[in-house]
Design a protein around this ligand. Structure first.
Ligand code: MTE
Ligand code: MO
Length: 398
């Protein structure tokens, strides 16, 4: 047993002996408040498009002076509703065959919020994005509608997470060398769709990612997480599909075998179109770009106009952005005025000299440091994931 683990167990972790005396394991279960809206925070129409359980950030509400997305303005994606969780009685349960001392779920180790706060604090600024961001363009730009929330490009933000490295937690609870897979489960209500209950929102991920840069986060931009964003503690897998960052984290199953859930077998993998039946679960986000403009923006004619935008990628910083103001006939490099941090977006601008009156189409096409460039057309998939094609943004010069 590593010394650190003994210390941690002695000082901070309670074994799940409660099960033996008949008390349910997992002291806190998220409760939905009857009649309460799925999303708690205000959704002013100037900042959001309200989809009910989901809310999209409006790109025309973004200021070039704000690199990070403030929590009140960040998109929300809920499978059910934001639960009410008491931080003091909240516990993270850790169990599974991949621990040095394997444990059944009924004998899970439990960690409190105070336990986590005793570990070294870390901060990480990263782009946070839903897998389905841009989905509506499968319909409007490519003529092949896909099922799911009709996001435009605002299911994304860049925030500074505050928390602890998951690897620090795993080392202290004693992760076995042959552990391969970790399943994170949320405390929100079970997900029911089409008359079927799929249980708690949960998704497995490889131990390699857990030991690399995964976080257990309790804060965002120097504030506690808002209820909608996972209070008190959520998982964060930087650069990966949003579904990987389980909110209201309730348990981690660490296994020496591959774990699965409907969120990596049924959803969040490519199905339909030209994709093979055995396409792997989606992990790293693609490259995308957005203009900080309303759809069908009005631009004054005969003047020099500076247009702003951002580009991002789950793999690496965006290092080059090419823009076109004539629908893709001619391209020019955008001016990069704030290069992305390792895991977060790049801000750029384009100076449009005295545009002529009429309808125009703006395009922005980004390339990341991993050499990935946005395509002009994205192959269709049934759930409309990963729309990464260059979006054709209409503007009218008047
Ligand atoms: N427990 C739980 N975690 C979850 C979800 C959820 O519905 N329940 N939605 C996921 C999806 S699909 C996305 S895109 C992100 C959204 O995070 P946000 O609402 O904080 O922006 O959370 C992920 N984690
Ligand atoms: Mo998502």
């Amino acid at each position: 047993m590593p010394a650190t683990r003994r210390t941690f167990l002695a000082g901070a972790v309670t074994a799940g002996a409660v099960a033996a005396v008949g008390v349910p394991v997992g002291p806190t279960v998220g409760r939905a408040v009857a009649g309460a809206p799925a999303i708690r925070k205000p959704l002013p129409p100037a900042w959001f498009t309200d989809f009910g359980t989901n809310a999209e950030m409006r790109w025309d509400s973004v200021s070039r002076h704000a690199y990070r997305t403030q929590q009140p303005r960040l998109f929300v994606r809920n499978h059910t509703v934001t639960p009410t969780i008491d931080r003091d009685t909240w516990r993270l349960r850790v169990f599974g065959t991949g621990l040095v001392e394997p444990r059944a779920e009924s004998e899970a180790l439990t960690l409190s919020y105070a336990d986590l706060r005793r570990l070294p604090l870390t901060r990480l600024t990263a782009t946070h994005e839903c897998t389905g961001n841009g989905r509506s363009f499968f319909a409007t730009q490519q003529g092949t509608p896909a099922a799911g929330t009709a996001w435009t490009l605002g299911a994304v933000g860049a925030v500074t997470w505050e928390g602890v490295w998951l690897r620090d937690v795993l080392r202290r609870v004693g992760i076995a060398p042959d552990a391969v897979s970790i399943q994170a489960a949320g405390l929100d209500p079970d997900y029911v769709t089409g008359g079927v209950s799929y249980g708690a929102v949960r998704r497995p991920f490889p131990v390699a990612k857990a030991l690399d840069d995964a976080l257990l986060a309790w804060g965002m931009n120097d504030e506690p997480l808002l209820p909608d964003h996972g209070y008190p503690v959520r998982l964060v897998l930087p650069g990966w599909v949003g579904i990987a960052s389980i909110k209201w984290l309730g348990s981690l199953e660490v296994a020496d075998t591959e774990l699965t859930s409907p969120w990596n077998t049924k959803w969040y993998r490519m199905t339909g179109g030209a994709y093979p039946a055995d396409s792997p679960p989606l992990t790293v986000n693609p490259v995308r770009s957005a203009w900080e403009l309303p759809w069908d923006a009005s631009v004054p004619a005969g003047r020099r106009v500076v247009l702003n935008g951002r580009s991002w990628s789950g793999a690496a910083p965006v290092t080059r952005v090419d823009v076109s103001a004539d629908g893709g006939t001619t391209w020019r490099p955008a001016e990069i005025f704030r290069r992305g941090l390792r895991d977060a977006w790049t801000q750029w601008s384009h100076t449009w000299e005295r545009p002529a009156k009429g309808s125009h189409t703006l395009l922005a096409r980004a390339t990341d440091a991993a050499g990935r460039t946005q395509p002009l057309v994205t192959p269709y998939n049934d759930n409309g994931y990963f729309f990464d094609a260059v979006v054709r943004h209409p503007v009218t010069v008047t």
